[in-house]
Design a protein around this ligand. Structure first.
Ligand code: TYD
Length: 221
């Protein structure tokens, strides 16, 4: 692998999109070869899967946990094969909004056992790991409030997205899993508190990304 593989993770409302935008703008301005993508939905077929995974189905039917897990990995397999591996082979910086840690955190929090995650990971990733994972950490109580305010400001059709207690508990479990991942992968995962001001979070992220890029031979101040 020639390029640099960076993923960004966090609970809903952690400020991931803002930070991803700022980081990618900075890298573009420097003129570095950059590919920005996301999961689920980093390929044309993956976008179909994203819709099936994230939008409520007209029938009212919902995925059972195993089916959901396999669909997230199907999306990832396609994304790796068609987008991530080729870009890395060309020496690009690949920046991905959510990757496998999200599956471990979210599907893990829904009850998928660790052994199933390990087996699928081996099958699909074949040992490929991000060089760096930025984990934006925030208490879901705060981040879900942010999401609610954002939804309300988008108009009345979004105003029903209220997070109830069960959802808050779920997101607390997700956060705990992200933190456990950070703890067991200290070299890969940069744990960055996301409650701070946006500029401070951006600076903390850059503090981790810049040395990595320099070491990989990219011209970065
Ligand atoms: P998205 O709209 O991208 O949310 P966000 O802006 O918070 O990233 O939706 C992605 C959703 O899919 C999010 O709720 C997390 C979930 N997800 C999983 O449950 N498992 C996964 O493997 C991935 C990649 C995402």
């Amino acid at each position: 692998m020639l390029g640099v593989f960076i993923t960004i993770e966090g609970v809903e409302g952690s400020g991931k999109s803002t930070q991803l935008f700022r980081l990618s703008e900075r890298l573009r301005q420097i003129g570095l070869p950059l590919l920005v993508s996301k999961e689920p939905g980093g390929t044309a077929l993956g976008r179909e899967l994203r819709r099936l995974l994230l939008e409520p189905h007209a029938s009212g039917d919902a995925w059972c946990p195993d089916a959901e897990l396999l669909l997230f990995y199907a999306d990832r397999a396609q994304h790796l094969e068609r987008v991530i591996r080729p870009a890395l082979a060309e020496g690009m910086i690949v920046l991905v909004d959510r990757f496998e840690d999200s599956t471990r955190a979210y599907q893990g929090a829904s009850g998928v056992p660790e052994t199933a995650l390990d087996r699928l990971s081996e099958l699909v990733l074949k040992g490929l790991r991000p060089h760096l994972t930025i984990l934006l950490d925030v208490d879901p109580e705060l981040s879900l409030q942010r999401v609610e305010v954002r939804n309300l400001s988008m108009g009345p059709e979004f105003s029903e997205t209220r997070f109830d207690k069960a959802e808050l508990d779920f997101h607390r479990r997700v956060r705990k899993r992200f933190l456990a991942i950070a703890q067991s992968n200290p070299n890969r995962v940069a744990l960055i508190p996301a409650r701070d001001a946006v500029d401070d979070v951006e600076a903390a992220i850059w503090g981790r990304v810049a040395p990595l890029l320099r070491n990989a031979g990219f011209g970065v101040d």
